[in-house]
Write a protein that binds this ligand. Structure first.
Ligand code: ATR
Length: 295
């Protein structure tokens, strides 16, 4: 256990707009409490036009670290003093550390996803055919870390096919830089349902099914046999999305979005404190909040 008297009070936070429904304060404050640290994590609602000013304020106030979410993940990059190679590769930042007045950006989203997948589902990524639904920022971060962890076959489908094509080109360049051979395929959006029976793992990275549109699903899985398959969703509100509900009925194993949220937070906590993140404490704080709001 950490001795609280050897630690100075420190402030951390979330930079978002809107910010009031965020679960990050509950999750990080629970982790600080676990170690009895005199730290506090606060949600800051900052509109995009005040981002630069807010960052100056954070430096002045000595905020030690913060997470970044919608709509700031990309637009914060020009205002940072240093950016990790991975965050540059992904083109977005979700965690910033204030190192004596220097703001240093990182991205823990994709790595958080893969950590949670490997922790919760027993699979060998190098032998897994993966179908990604969506080709936005989240898809890119996840795909990069799947490649790093040995994935050699990715199918991508997106409503806007040009974006899927662009993501595949970016991933091909990344695979070349790692000197690895990867099979990439673009699938027409209308073909997603037929393709998921050929994939071992399907990951929804789109925002379809997110609260309050909880009845929506990016692809209908009704009538399919998905035995021995895994269906994963990065949405964690609701806890069980329509696509996951249908996946269960079709016989698939499911992986919910809570794990990604918790592990991106755990990796950020490690950057904030250099301590081992109390992952289960963080998960329970998130679940408690989500369950109390879903009653
Ligand atoms: P994020 O950073 O969360 O990935 P994003 O970059 O805006 O956010 O990407 C959102 C993803 O959800 C995209 O793949 C988007 O598809 P388009 O590229 O066609 O816009 C997908 N998406 C959002 N709403 C959708 C809908 N109603 N049907 C299908 N896909 C949708």
């Amino acid at each position: 256990m950490v001795n609280q008297f050897t630690h100075e009070p420190k402030r951390f936070g979330l930079l978002a707009h809107p910010a009031k429904h965020s679960l990050s304060p509950s999750m990080h404050n629970a982790a600080f409490d676990f170690y009895q640290l005199p730290y506090h994590y606060h949600a800051f609602d900052i509109p995009p036009e005040q981002l630069e000013e807010a960052l100056r304020g954070f430096k002045l106030l000595g905020i030690k670290g913060f997470n970044v979410t919608v709509p700031h993940k990309e637009r914060i990059m020009p205002f940072l003093d240093e950016i990790s190679e991975e965050a540059k590769q992904i083109g977005a930042v979700n965690t910033v550390i204030n190192k004596e007045g220097k703001l240093c950006g990182y991205n823990t989203d994709g790595e958080g996803y893969v950590h949670s997948l490997l922790k919760e589902i027993n699979l060998d990524i190098s032998q897994t055919k993966i179908l990604l639904l969506g080709a936005g920022g989240a898809a890119k971060g996840i795909a990069i870390f799947l490649l790093k962890h040995g994935c050699r076959s990715i199918f991508i489908t997106n409503r806007t096919s040009a974006r899927a094509m662009q993501l595949i080109e970016q991933l091909k360049a990344y695979a070349m830089s790692l000197e690895i051979q990867v099979e990439f395929n673009q699938i027409p959006w209308e073909e997603a349902k037929n393709t998921c029976v050929n994939a071992d793992l399907m990951i929804n990275t789109t925002s379809v099914g997110l609260w309050p549109n909880v009845e929506d699903s990016p692809v209908s899985l009704e009538g399919l046999d998905l035995n021995n398959k895994v269906v994963s969703d990065i949405i964690y509100n609701p806890l069980e999305t329509t696509i996951l509900r249908q996946a269960k009925v079709a016989g698939a194993q499911i992986h919910t979005g809570v794990g990604m949220f918790v592990y991106q937070g755990a990796l950020a906590f490690k950057l904030f404190t250099e301590l081992d993140p109390p992952v289960e404490v963080m998960r329970q704080a998130v679940l408690k909040h989500l369950l109390s709001h879903q009653k």
